[in-house]
Design a protein around this ligand. Structure first.
Ligand code: 8Y4
Length: 281
């Protein structure tokens, strides 16, 4: 199926991307992946709560997670994407780095490719170029297993921006239209708390590229460190972080707690619409 016209980007608004993990470690029994019916029910709930995009992931990027084959990953995500594309009115994003998964997911109905490795895996660039999907290019320093050991930057803002702009050029050279690209600083992916704060406080440095920015901070360790809370108790901190991103013009926020985030974004958009009105007086 070709990617449909379910709008992903709306200029001046922040879209909510709900996380749908179909990995064994997101499933309480362990050793089994989330069955498509349960996954679809979770996605349906997120859409009812205000999600505009569902991000389907079949590979865990957690430090301890074991690698999965492309076949395994496709077996997890394709049935879910097919079911979601059939029944949901929102866009579907595929969280993957593997070329075979990119191709299969877009064929099944995904209209966005979310790659934490920014299409650096062999064949991923070509696979993405062969689709008409939007592409989120994320910055990561190091590899998931070891990236938090000792993250180092010359200047985190410009290092991250310059890496992403390098990937943008590679994409454009591969025939991908600039209009298909979204940038993401990759919160928590090879970053200290200081690095994460520097990035969240200065999203304008990425916005200045003129490309839409995606922010994923939901429930991450930085929220835990700042609030002193475990992963299950980070909703309020996560909503605050999403609001901070939205106030700076983030195009998409990737979140676990859709209903709570939707209220936060509504507050942002009301205040920003008012401020726009003030300017015109
Ligand atoms: C609890 C649950 C605590 C999950 C942390 C986490 C991003 C992303 C991830 C991101 C983009 C995660 C796939 C990490 N983070 N994609 N993916 N941006 N584009 N950890 O920041 O959610 S997975």
């Amino acid at each position: 199926m070709a990617s449909t016209c379910k709008a992903i980007l709306t200029p001046g608004k922040t879209r909510i991307m709900g996380v749908l993990n179909v990995t064994p470690d997101s499933f309480s029994d362990g050793g089994q992946f989330l069955d498509p019916a349960t996954a679809v029910a979770r996605a349906r709930a997120m859409v009812a709560e205000g999600a505009h995009i569902i991000d389907v992931g079949g590979e865990s990027t957690r430090p301890g997670a074991s690698p999965v084959s492309a076949e395994q990953e496709m077996a997890r995500v394709v049935p879910v994407i097919e079911a979601l594309a059939q029944e949901l009115e929102v866009a579907i994003s595929i969280d993957t780095s593997k070329p075979q998964v990119i191709a299969a997911a877009v064929h099944a109905g995904a209209s966005m490719v979310n790659d934490v490795r920014a299409l650096q895996e062999p064949g991923a660039l070509e696979a993405a170029a062969a689709t008409d999907a939007l592409i989120c290019l994320m910055h990561m320093q190091g590899q998931p297993r070891t990236m938090q050991a000792n993250p180092r930057y010359n200047a985190v803002l410009t290092d991250v921006r310059d890496f992403l702009l390098g990937r943008v050029q590679v994409c454009i050279d591969a025939g991908i239209a600039r209009e298909r690209l979204i940038l993401d600083p990759g919160f928590g992916f090879g970053k200290s708390l200081e690095h994460n704060l520097e990035l969240l406080a200065n999203l304008d440095v990425l916005q200045a590229t003129g490309l839409p920015v995606l922010v994923g901070v939901s429930r991450k360790a930085m929220i835990g460190t700042i609030t002193g809370r475990d992963a299950g108790e980070r909703v309020h901190g996560s909503v605050a972080a999403a609001v901070i991103a939205a106030m700076q013009g983030a195009a998409i926020v990737r979140v676990h707690d859709v209903a709570a985030t939707a209220d936060g974004i509504k507050m942002c958009e009301a205040v920003m619409a008012h401020a726009q009105g003030d300017e015109q007086e």
